[in-house]
Design a protein around this ligand. Structure first.
Ligand code: PLP
Length: 388
């Protein structure tokens, strides 16, 4: 099909040309005396992205899922208990991984469309008199439903009952696009990946661990090897890795960190928030459709999940968008399969790019027979963005 594919899934995202050029380099010896400069540029450059002065950024050759596993197997003893709310496919998968790795899961079932319920976390922590919960897990941005959670409030709940558990946050679709504060929020492990806000191809698991998490990892006896925090921190101290790192991906990461610093992280957050508000205007004011997120407090700035009316199959909208308009939209996953489609607006994008996705979604919805006003979504987003 002529023209570029419009990649509007909520990750992997569009990779800027500057990053593609930066990664187009020959391989080098990863044990050479020159290599540590690249390692340090990446690890030091990640600190402001996590907003940490004391944490250790870690780069695993994995995706975000590998970092979930690393967090659990490094910081918990076998069979330890974790507390997690499930309100979408990704919080579900993380809870499922905990079970499959043999950890005990205290699950807070939550409506898909809401975020982490702080009151229920608090109640669970308060009643945990024996302090058997060893880690509190929160998904900051549930990509499957377009819902954001308040991590600072979860930390507040933990502190209010002086609960000593570790706080682990999935920021896979939040980091470098929605504010995240490792030190201020007392996060012990933050989990992310390269293919969303960092604007890179998939392939790097990007995580950050607090001193407390590192100290805990020295004492725990869960089995791990490839994902051992201690091995990584030790090798990184000299500028190296315990195994062969991807030089090209690290060159790409260095460029991404430069781009984020040039734009300014707070400006990056503002851009995401402003673009997301335009996307929501298209859905609610233009198309008169509902979001999966049930109230403004949960609205995500990186992904908008659009509910289609009963009787319409969202899979048909997504298929039409792809085959006719070369537009990739995100699908509804598991419980919400067929009920919604997702417009990702994360990474390197601006109003006109997002208008393309809104226009394409609109045409696909019309093509499958949905009753929406042609041009209404585009007009609503434009009206929002053209406000002085
Ligand atoms: N957590 C969230 C919130 C995600 O959106 C994703 C992937 O989209 C993951 C975890 C899994 O990450 P990955 O696919 O990079 O392994």
């Amino acid at each position: 099909m002529a023209g570029r594919n419009f990649l509007f899934v909520p990750g992997p995202t569009n990779v800027p040309d500057r990053i593609l050029r930066a990664m187009s380099v020959a391989s080098e010896d990863h044990r050479s005396p020159d290599f540590p400069a690249l390692t340090r540029a990446c690890l030091d450059g990640l600190k402001p992205i996590f907003k940490t002065a004391t944490g250790h950024p870690i780069i695993f050759p994995s995706s975000g899922t590998g970092c979930w596993e690393a967090a659990l197997t490094n910081c918990l003893d076998p069979g330890a208990k974790v507390l997690i709310a499930r309100f979408g496919q990704f919080s579900h998968l993380w809870a499922d991984m905990c079970r499959r790795l043999g950890f005990e899961v205290e699950l807070i079932e939550t409506l898909w469309g809401e975020g982490a319920p702080v009151d229920k976390y608090l109640a669970a922590l308060e009643s945990d008199r024996s302090r058997s919960i060893k880690a509190v897990l929160v998904c900051q941005n549930e990509t499957a439903t377009g819902v954001r959670s308040d991590v600072a409030a979860i930390r507040g709940a933990m502190d209010s009952v002086k609960h000593p558990a570790l706080l682990m946050v999935d920021a896979v679709s939040a980091l470098a696009s929605i504010d995240f504060r490792m030190d201020e929020w007392g996060v012990d492990v933050c989990i992310s990946g390269s293919q969303k806000g960092l604007m890179l191809p998939a392939g790097l698991g990007i995580t950050c661990i607090s001193r407390k998490a590192l100290e805990t990892a020295k004492r725990t006896s869960s089995r791990r090897c490839y994902f051992d925090f201690g091995d990584m921190i030790q090798a990184n101290a000299g500028g190296y890795f315990p195994y062969t790192p991807s030089l090209q991906m690290m060159c790409a990461l260095r460029e991404s960190l430069t781009m984020l610093a040039e734009e300014g992280l707070e400006n990056v957050f503002r851009r995401h928030s402003y673009l997301a508000a335009g996307a929501r205007a298209a859905v609610m004011q233009g198309w008169k459709l509902k979001l999966c997120a049930v109230a403004p407090q949960w609205y995500s700035d990186t992904v908008t999940a659009v509910m289609v009316p009963a009787g319409v199959d969202a899979v048909a909208v997504i298929a039409r968008a792809y085959t006719r308009y070369n537009l990739s939209l995100g699908a509804g996953l598991s419980k919400v399969a067929g009920k919604l489609f997702r417009i990702g607006h994360v990474g390197d994008l601006n109003e006109l790019m997002l208008l393309g996705a809104i226009a394409g979604s609109e045409m696909a919805m019309l093509d499958v027979g949905m009753n929406i006003e042609p041009g209404s979504g585009v007009a609503a987003a434009q009206t929002y963005w053209r406000k002085p």
